[in-house]
Design a protein around this ligand. Structure first.
Ligand SMILES: CC(C)(COP(=O)(O)OP(=O)(O)OC[C@H]1O[C@@H](n2cnc3c(N)ncnc32)[C@H](O)[C@@H]1OP(=O)(O)O)[C@@H](O)C(=O)NCCC(=O)NCCS
Length: 165
């Protein structure tokens, strides 16, 4: 059966995440679309590894092949999620599994009560992946430069914890 396992991001993932971040679709679907230099990535990555409010996992398939990353920035009792799937692994369910398993891993820490996602209006693959993982749409923001939809996931289904932060 098709399975994706998670392992925490560590120092060995620095180059891999840089390459994935500069994938054209990833840049196009991010809120900052410029290419990321190696120096800028190194500063960001090293700071994130020291940030107690940042958690990230690499998704691996059989043979430990890395197929994507799911990451969270925690703020208060909520976290904002980001996800990238390696180009060659897209379109076969990895994104949906990574989102779901990443949220489960984060909820297991007991640190948060809800996860929020912002998705650009034209990102149909992402909407389908988040919806398939159990997120529901909480709003739409049409303001430029990046109109987006807002999505939330909360295992309790508690309306109070599900209000976007
Ligand atoms: C968005 C992304 C994470 C989705 O991961 P994925 O592994 O390709 O998606 P999945 O295979 O899990 O597919 C999930 C759903 O999306 C649909 N889908 C996948 N690729 C699609 C595409 N190009 N266009 C439309 N729908 C698509 C699938 O059919 C599936 O829908 P279903 O559950 O109704 O069958 C991945 O495409 C990616 O990394 N994109 C670039 C970065 C990005 O957009 N990140 C998210 C920012 S919010």
């Amino acid at each position: 059966m098709f399975e994706v396992s998670l392992r925490p991001v560590d120092t060995t993932d620095r180059e891999r995440l840089w390459v994935w971040s500069n994938d054209p679709d990833v840049r196009a679907q991010s809120f900052s679309t410029a290419l990321i230099s190696h120096e800028e990535h190194k500063r960001w990555f090293d700071a994130r590894l020291l940030d107690p409010f940042w958690r990230a996992w690499i998704g691996t398939e059989a043979g430990l092949q890395a197929v994507g990353v799911v990451r969270f920035q925690i703020q208060g009792l909520r976290a904002e999620i980001g996800v990238n799937v390696a180009r060659e692994a897209r379109g076969r369910g990895v994104g949906r599994l990574l989102i779901l398993q990443g949220c489960i891993a984060l909820f297991e820490t007991g640190l948060i009560t809800a996860v929020d996602a912002r998705i650009k209006l034209d990102n149909t693959a992402s909407v389908a992946a988040f919806r398939g993982a159990g997120f529901w749409q909480t709003g739409t923001d049409f303001s430029p430069p990046f109109p987006c939809t807002h999505w939330t996931f909360s295992p309790t289904g508690d309306p109070a914890s599900a209000q976007p932060g």
